[in-house]
Design a binder for this molecule. Structure first.
Ligand code: TRP
Length: 456
């Protein structure tokens, strides 16, 4: 069994922030945020989302980090260490299971981004393609059989290869290379998009709130998006926090990560909406937005091919630094609790996720039964998202708030947060949010999705 001392650590605050921001910043920011904002009315949705990041996201993030650093364990071991002989470790186990579940469908979508990157490099979009051709390209990719499976396998192999290297030499080193590249591409793309004709209309859509568009449904989606985007509710941040040195200031590190995550979702909006409005496309295009609509636009703009390559490289990198964190949660559990070697754990567990990803990969048209499991056009991948991305994450976040707020207790959590001699000025506000506001907000959303089946 690995001892606390030899589990590995981030080598610096920068190392932790890049890795944790890498986890948070993912398809959730660049693929899911723009299309959900687009479908839910733009500006008003964005405001509610920002509110939830502040009032729920950051408090829960700090709670997860404090549990992780206090115990220096994976999610299961963390609960075991903080409250021995209780049922709490089951919450950690739910997190580990959720890691498998999310990774299994996330890697399928991540696989598509790789294919689009290869297409972009080979000039597929440079001549300009029509909306119809683009739709066909997408449908034939996702509705295939071997290609989507192979792509998700490639993505998982890449993920395992990084996680196998450990905390500082694997995850920290890889994310330190990938995230700066990501940042540069992102800024270049935003400049390109904002200088397109018609960009102003896109900005208005993203920032001018129309509160008549707000419903309970959009509010619930905004909270779900805030949790998912910050990688909360399954112990990913417990795990990353467990490698934080004791002298790090948790609130500073946590707020920096949340700041980057949120800014990058907004920046992704600054790329996508001006581009959409420039081309006269509808912002409500749904999940196909970045795969179907964007390619039709690349061909018609100056340096479109470069723009396309940069855009899909951006998506692939974002996805990779997130799948790394999902796999790390599972690997940490088997390494800490079951005594597995890290390399062995990384490959075997990524292999297991690959097997679980196969039905997902086949469920977007490849196999008729799997594709229509929940009714016309709603298949196994959607089911995975509902079970793991909606229910599991909300239940996990709710339990974590109850744990930190009521069981382990705010005083102990604060003692961990402030143990570097640093005083958290907002401590009373944070305690209130973790004890009352966050669990109630998450419980309301959980009740709402249970009753209405309106998932995020
Ligand atoms: N936050 C990532 C995104 O926005 C996805 C992700 C990575 C995640 N690790 C997670 C979501 C843990 C929930 C829990 O794409």
């Amino acid at each position: 069994m690995s001892t606390v001392a030899n589990r590995g650590n981030w080598t610096s605050r920068f190392g932790f922030i890049v890795a944790a921001a890498g986890s948070a910043i993912g398809l959730g920011n660049i693929w899911r945020f723009p299309y959900t904002a687009g479908q839910n009315g733009g500006g008003a949705f964005v405001l509610v989302y920002l509110g939830f990041v502040l009032l729920v996201g950051i408090p829960v993030l700090l709670a997860e980090l404090s549990v992780g650093r206090a115990s220096q364990r994976n999610p299961v071991g963390a609960f075991k260490a903080l409250v021995p002989k209780s049922l709490w470790p089951w919450v950690g186990l739910l997190g580990v299971l959720t890691g498998f579940g999310i990774l299994a469908f996330y890697s399928v979508i991540a696989g598509w981004t790789l294919r689009y990157l290869i297409w972009a490099v080979s000039g597929q979009f440079s001549g300009g393609i029509t909306a119809e051709q683009s739709g066909e390209l997408f449908t034939s990719l996702v509705g295939g059989t071997t290609t989507p499976i192979l792509l998700s396998g490639m993505f998982l192999a890449l993920t395992a290869w990084v996680v196998r290297g450990g905390i500082s030499l694997g995850i920290e080193r890889a994310t330190k290379i990938l995230m700066p590249i990501f940042g540069v591409i992102l800024v270049l793309l935003a400049i390109r998009a904002l200088t397109l004709e018609g960009a102003g209309e896109g900005l208005r859509f993203l920032f001018a709130p129309d509160f008549s568009k707000l419903t309970v449904k959009t509010i619930s989606i905004a909270l779900g998006q805030a949790l998912f985007s910050l990688s909360l509710g399954m112990g990913a941040m417990i795990t990353y926090g467990s490698y934080l040195p004791k002298n790090e200031k948790i609130p500073v590190a946590g707020c920096t990560v949340a700041f980057f995550d949120t800014s990058i979702a907004i920046l992704a909006g600054l790329i996508i909406f001006p581009t959409l409005f420039h081309a006269g496309a509808s912002p409500g295009g749904g999940p196909g937005l970045v795969f179907v609509v964007m390619p039709t636009i690349f061909g018609t703009m100056p340096f479109g091919t470069l723009f396309a390559i940069a855009f899909y490289a951006l998506l692939s990198i974002a996805a990779l630094t997130s799948t790394i964190s999902l796999l790390e949660v599972i690997v940490a559990y088997f390494v800490d609790e079951k005594g597995w070697g890290r390399g062995f754990a990384a490959w075997v567990l990524a292999g297991t996720c690959f097997v679980l990803a196969i039905p997902s990969a086949l469920s977007v048209g490849g196999n008729r039964f799997l594709s229509n499991l929940l009714g016309e056009g709603s298949g196994f991948l959607d089911l995975q998202n509902i079970i793991f991305g909606n229910y599991s994450l909300s239940i996990g976040a709710l339990c974590l708030c109850i744990f930190v707020g009521w069981r382990w207790g705010i005083p102990k959590a604060l003692a961990e947060i402030e143990n570097s001699g640093y005083r958290m000025q907002m401590a009373p506000v944070w305690g209130f949010l973790v004890r009352y506001f966050c669990p109630v907000a998450v419980a309301v959303v959980l009740g709402y999705i249970l009753v209405t089946r309106d998932y995020f």
